[in-house]
Ligand binder design. Structure first.
Ligand code: SAM
Ligand code: SF4
Ligand code: SF4
Length: 337
């Protein structure tokens, strides 16, 4: 097992399998920037399933146990169940999950389940189609996502629903979302709007904080705090009083998690990032496509992790917190959130 310069082990790997998406969420891939002329990665730049599998195999002895598949929209990647199946067979991988906008779950849930997928996080920011069309996609509807959620659940895949909350955009949807998902088996998690990427015009005034979300829900549906399930869990958990129904809040702006951050990220084009807010990555693809041996690739990745000093959200404070734009960051759609 390896540790970085703050003694944090490497435990989780997020793999982005494509930089493309069928949505244009304003906070992630705004249409004005990610239009039809946007230079998406050409096919040959994208890691093959074999390259991804090799990387994961080499990372297991370094400590990786958990994998999350993301994107862009990961279900757009052709034959994605095949990748999940091969990763789920790697000894030492204890958990595989996937983050998706949900629109293709209806079609793919059965194959994903058969391939070994246990958990999905589905992103849904509103139950109101008018908001959804403005915020996420003009070409889809809330119903597509809800049907995807039910398709996954009916295959026995555990579903969590993630809602990114922005002031003046979808904060009016907090209570309807809470009410709706309280009556289901799916845990709803609210995510503070983050200053990722370079184009979403983030500023602190657009953030609805964890405390504001809690106060709002608690007034109507009293909540009580629940213990974290494991060390380093980023969502704070709450249950509706007197029930075991749960919500989570990911306070990625008002709290910091750097001290327990054990996540590395692999972009679709084979760059390794050691922080969500990184400005640059480490080129693993070049090594994978050279005649480097497994040992050489593994040692290279170990040295990247050993040298890791990232603690962006602890350092963010002050001026950066106001505009979040001080430096050029990697786009969320490249590294999968
Ligand atoms: N397309 C998939 C989806 O939307 O679930 C996977 C990729 S998406 C980049 C991963 C997660 O990042 C989603 O839950 C999305 O809501 C979240 N996300 C993207 N931009 C964000 C931002 N600026 N602040 C907070 N969360 C964000
Ligand atoms: Fe696509 Fe997910 Fe980004 Fe929305 S958040 S644009 S669905 S990658
Ligand atoms: Fe991890 Fe970077 Fe987020 Fe800190 S800011 S928790 S180091 S991803």
């Amino acid at each position: 097992m390896i540790h970085d310069s703050y003694q944090r082990p490497l435990r989780d790997l997020r793999i982005s399998v494509t930089d493309r998406c069928n949505f244009r969420c304003t906070y992630c891939m705004p249409e004005e920037i990610f239009g039809k002329d946007y230079p998406f990665l050409p096919r040959e730049e994208i890691l093959s399933f074999e390259e991804i599998e090799r990387t994961v195999r080499l990372l297991v002895p370094l400590g990786v146990k958990k994998i999350r598949i993301s994107g862009g929209e990961p279900l757009l990647r052709k034959d994605i169940p095949t990748l999940i199946q091969s990763l789920s067979r790697i000894e030492g991988i204890e958990d595989i999950a996937l983050t998706t906008n949900g629109t293709m779950l209806k079609r793919l849930s059965k194959d994903l389940k058969e391939a070994g997928l246990q958990r999905v996080n589905v992103s849904l920011d509103t139950l109101d189609d008018r908001v959804f069309h403005r915020l996420n996609s003009r070409h889809h509807s809330v119903r597509d996502v809800l049907e995807g959620i039910e398709a996954a659940a009916s295959e026995g895949i555990q579903v969590k629903v993630n809602m990114v909350v922005q002031k003046g955009v979808n904060d009016q949807d907090i209570l309807p979302m809470a009410r709706h998902f309280r009556d289901t088996d799916h845990i709803l998690r609210f995510i503070e709007f983050m200053d990722v990427g370079n184009y979403n015009e983030w500023n602190m005034e657009k953030v609805i904080t964890k405390q504001e979300i809690l106060d709002l829900i608690h007034k109507e549906m009293p909540l009580e705090p629940a213990d974290p399930r494991y060390f380093g869990e980023v969502a704070s958990r709450f249950t509706y009083k007197g029930t075991d129904k749960e919500i989570g809040i990911i306070s990625s702006v008002t709290d910091t998690f750097c001290g327990s951050c054990t996540r590395a990220r692999l972009s679709a084009n084979g760059q390794m990032y050691t922080c969500l807010f990184a400005t640059g990555g480490h080129d693993i693809k070049r090594l994978l496509r050279s005649d480097a041996t497994d040992l050489e690739v593994k040692e290279h990745i170990a040295s990247i992790w050993n040298g890791r000093t990232d603690r962006y959200s602890e350092e963010r404070g002050g001026g950066d917190r106001k505009n979040g734009k001080r430096r050029k960051k990697i786009e969320m759609s490249y590294i999968g959130g």
